[in-house]
Design a protein. Structure first.
Length: 290
């Protein structure tokens, strides 16, 4: 059984103990990581039913985390002021006041997040995501604020294997004007990892309202997303450093784009070859004038 400092955050305890949990305990862990508020507004029985596990499994789960009882875990969660699960920079800064982050611990944390992210993916969800990305007449990639680099990277990969990839937001253009081009035959790949702004959910609700399909990539701490997503893929982001990690999200993007190219097949290969030919031609033209 892992040992915990008394001040260890509730969600971090779950992540630290995740590898030692049984399958049933992991179901419960995923419920609480997805919605940390559940421990505050649900009884142990309700939480067990939501995770589809027995009361005995729930009791073992909280003992594994170092709590004598469910009520003790609830009390600690209230002290921590659990809300959205966003990074607790203040408490993390305290950790690094006396020493810098350890590179080997950082590497171990990144690897664990990668492994856990890939292990938790359901094959039917991944297949559904790839089919949505392949069948959309236009494919819109959405990422605001801190998620914009993820969206930009995803578009750079996707444009290599299929045409008509649109980015939201696009420079200084209004999102509302872009939405005039959206139809029920379109698909969305949306990134809501870590920080999410209100406009993000508004965009996705409007996309769903228009009949579009939405693949939503988010973190394990975000709340349920049935109102804004057709299929949701979650990434582990908690880090031992000051900032949470987006490495698992980048890896998931790489996987989805590769799987999409294979799913599309010959037309994707033709597009990749055409791009290579254009690059080769332009390199030749450039060298002639240097």
């Amino acid at each position: 059984m892992p040992t915990f400092d008394q001040d260890r955050l509730f969600s971090q305890r779950i992540l630290d103990a995740y590898n030692e949990m049984s399958r049933g305990e992991r179901y419960l862990a995923d419920v609480l990581l997805e919605n940390p508020l559940a421990i505050l507004d649900q009884t142990a029985t309700q939480l067990s039913e939501r995770a589809g596990v027995s009361k005995a499994t729930t009791a073992r789960f909280f003992r594994l985390l170092g709590y004598p009882s469910y009520k003790a875990a609830q009390a600690q969660a209230r002290v921590e002021g659990i809300s959205s699960g966003q990074s607790q920079y203040g408490s993390r800064m305290q950790t690094f006041k006396s020493h810098k982050p350890d590179l080997s611990i950082h590497l171990q944390s990144e690897v664990q997040n990668m492994v856990r992210t890939l292990e938790q993916q359901r094959s039917d969800h991944l297949d559904q995501a790839v089919q949505i990305l392949a069948r959309g007449e236009k494919l819109w990639v959405v990422g605001f604020a801190d998620n914009y680099p993820l969206a930009h990277f995803a578009r750079a990969q996707l444009i290599r294997v299929r045409p008509d990839i649109r980015l939201i937001p696009l420079g200084s253009f209004s999102v509302a004007e872009e939405f005039a081009s959206i139809s029920a035959s379109d698909a969305f790949l949306a990134f809501g990892v870590l920080k999410r702004i209100p406009q993000f959910r508004n965009v996705l609700r409007s996309a769903i309202g228009a009949g579009s399909k939405v693949v939503y990539v988010t973190d394990q701490m975000s709340r349920t997303a049935e109102d804004i997503a057709t299929v949701t893929l979650r990434c582990r982001t908690r880090s031992t450093g000051l900032f949470d990690t987006v490495v698992p999200a980048l890896s998931l993007i790489n996987y989805l784009c590769s799987a999409l190219a294979i799913y599309i097949g010959e037309s994707a290969m033709e597009r990749l070859n055409m791009i290579d030919e254009i690059h080769a031609e332009w390199d030749d033209l450039l060298s002639d004038h240097i």
